[in-house]
Design a protein around this ligand. Structure first.
Ligand code: ASP
Length: 323
């Protein structure tokens, strides 16, 4: 009887502790510059996530650099007290193959909260490029070998992976220009300082619609239905057979964050992913919110594990590494 009372008391304490969580603002680290595609997803998500977290303020902290590995490394070392999270993308899965001395272990140093969305990428170029479609771009790239600038968000970024595979498929080496995120890269593309870039639709859709940049193709195996992107051919149908880069975003916490916290944030995430306004905003930018099992912590971790195995051979074949 005594044991039961004690068990009930412990249960009540942890329940009330949980009901109070979080008692202060929660930080989501975005490992890229403000105003870019990962940042946009995090800020939109933060608004709806807050509803499931006592309406606490969600602070977005941009820690850009080294293709997302600086921000991820910061969260890996943060206090596991339920107040620091990481919103990252496919870079979680490609960094282990790209960095010889990655200062964190993707599968061991984080608690997995769940996956947020799948996001296609687009191949875009400065508006002054003398090419109006992919075939003309191809000709221009051939004619300008050695002079082409390809922007990306550093080794490990989605734009890096996509650009790497694009150069390989085209058999043309380009000068890569790394930024702390594709927000500043986009500024330079708009200004004509760089020629082309692969970037998430969450960053390119409105710029394409305004005609300030040129869009040549989508990186997904199928065309998109998103208004404004629906006329774009796939790279696959444009001659780069099998080209397929779709990226995703997920939410992570430092290893050791209490399970009760992960469960609470996961429940808030599930509700956020059902929020009609959030879904609408994501869809308008070409992104698809997760509705399958990958929203579960364990399933998302399995998915990331599979992504690590999927991308490692392609990265090794491309021979790109950093220390
Ligand atoms: N789009 C960037 C990337 O290439 C990241 C960002 O700036 O959000 O990964």
């Amino acid at each position: 009887m005594k044991k039961l009372t004690l068990a009930l008391a412990i249960g009540a304490t942890s329940l009330s502790a949980l009901a109070a969580y979080p008692e202060k603002p929660v930080t989501i680290v975005v490992p890229f510059a403000a105003g870019g595609p990962t940042d946009k997803v995090a800020r939109d998500l933060g608004v709806v996530l807050s509803k499931g977290l006592n309406n606490q303020t969600i602070i977005i902290e941009n820690v850009g650099g080294a293709g997302g590995t600086l921000g991820a490394g910061k969260v890996a070392k943060a206090a596991p007290d339920g107040h620091t999270f990481l919103l990252h993308h496919i870079g979680m899965a490609t960094a282990p193959a790209l960095y010889r001395n990655l200062p964190f272990k993707v599968l061991e140093d984080f608690e997995y909260v769940g996956m947020v969305n799948d996001v296609p990428m687009t191949l875009v170029g400065r508006s002054t490029l003398p090419a109006g479609n992919f075939a003309e771009l191809q000709k221009w790239l051939e004619a300008n070998k050695g002079k082409i600038n390809l922007a990306n968000a550093g080794l490990g970024a989605a734009s890096h992976l996509c650009g790497l595979l694009f150069q390989q498929a085209m058999k043309i080496d380009m000068t890569t220009v790394p930024y702390k995120g594709t927000a500043p890269a986009m500024t330079d593309l708009l200004g004509g300082q760089v020629d082309i870039m692969c970037d998430q639709t969450t960053n390119t859709t409105s710029q394409i619609a305004s005609g300030k940049i040129k869009a040549f193709a989508v990186t997904t195996p199928r065309r998109l239905s998103t208004p404004g992107l629906d006329k774009l051919p796939t790279l696959d149908e444009s001659g780069l057979k099998g080209f397929n880069v779709t990226i995703w975003h997920g939410l992570y916490a430092p290893k050791g964050t209490p399970k009760a916290v992960i469960d609470t944030v996961n429940a808030a995430l599930r509700n956020a992913l059902k929020d009609p306004e959030f879904i609408k905003r994501q869809e308008a930018l070409g992104a698809v919110v997760v509705t399958d099992a990958r929203v579960n912590p364990a399933d998302h971790k399995k998915f990331v594990e599979a992504e690590i195995a999927k991308w490692a051979p392609a990265i090794k074949a491309a021979g790109q590494y950093a220390d």
